[in-house]
Design a binder for this molecule. Structure first.
Ligand SMILES: *Cc1c(COP(=O)(O)O)cnc(C)c1O
Length: 225
């Protein structure tokens, strides 16, 4: 199958390289996660053909429907779970994903620990932080980070960093800076922050994993929630 290369991917890669240069960072330390939620396989294949390996989905069910077939065609795919995860989906999430960005509460931690042990598959996780202290939003409260980290250590869950989604309609930079400070305080090396509208800002503040959808695939026309 011949696919035309995605110019949007090339543009984002160039923007990342420029932002890294400005911040005097090595692009090897930056992971671009192509957020493919709502996108059909035909939209994803051009990126795979260009050698892109890292993708993000926010629903377990959708990921299970799309990715096994793509994985059988392309080697080295790394699939990131970036959406809220229900505890009763823990086993499926561990079977489907390589990294989880949305570990945010003890009940989920317990479910993941149990299933990781059962599958003998200890996949790296980020703690998702409710960085703007928003009532309706997922994420662990800042004051609860130490507790959740300790519980993860006790349950053998590898925590590799912190993740956040800053409040909508507010300048993101101060929230990114706070997340970076919290990760530093807890000796966590990775920061999952920055989306299409603010990934370059996130990169100047130390993001190691940026989650970019619209800038790679265009506006989402199908419902993502
Ligand atoms: C959808 C989504 C993104 C990507 O958003 P864009 O604005 O399309 O880049 C990033 N992170 C999470 C958690 C998402 O749900």
């Amino acid at each position: 199958m011949i696919e035309s290369p995605s110019k949007m991917l090339i543009d984002v890669q160039n923007n990342i390289a420029a932002a890294a240069k400005r911040a005097q960072r090595d692009t090897d330390d930056i992971n671009l996660i192509a957020v493919s939620k709502t996108r059909r396989s035909e939209e994803i294949i051009p990126l795979l053909e260009q050698g892109h390996k890292s993708f993000g989905e926010n629903r377990v069910q959708e990921a299970m429907e799309k990715w096994p077939a793509l994985r059988s065609q392309y080697d080295g795919i790394e699939l990131h779970c970036i959406g809220q995860l229900q505890s009763n989906k823990a086993a499926e999430a561990i079977a489907t994903f390589d990294v989880i960005h949305s570990l945010d509460r003890i009940s989920l931690l317990k479910a993941l620990a149990k299933e990781m042990k059962k599958a003998d598959k200890y996949i790296p996780c980020f703690l998702q932080i409710n960085i703007g202290d928003e009532e309706q939003k997922g994420g662990c409260a800042v004051k609860d980070i130490a507790n959740l980290l300790e519980a993860a250590t006790n349950a053998d869950i590898p925590i590799i960093g912190l993740m956040c989604i800053p409040p909508a309609d507010m300048e993101a930079a101060p929230f990114f800076a706070l997340l970076a400070k919290l990760a530093d305080e807890h000796d966590l090396p990775n920061l999952s922050m920055g989306m299409s509208s603010d990934y370059e800002t996130a990169l100047t503040i130390g993001a190691t994993h940026i989650r970019v959808g619209t800038a790679l695939f265009g506006p989402r026309i199908r419902n993502a929630e």
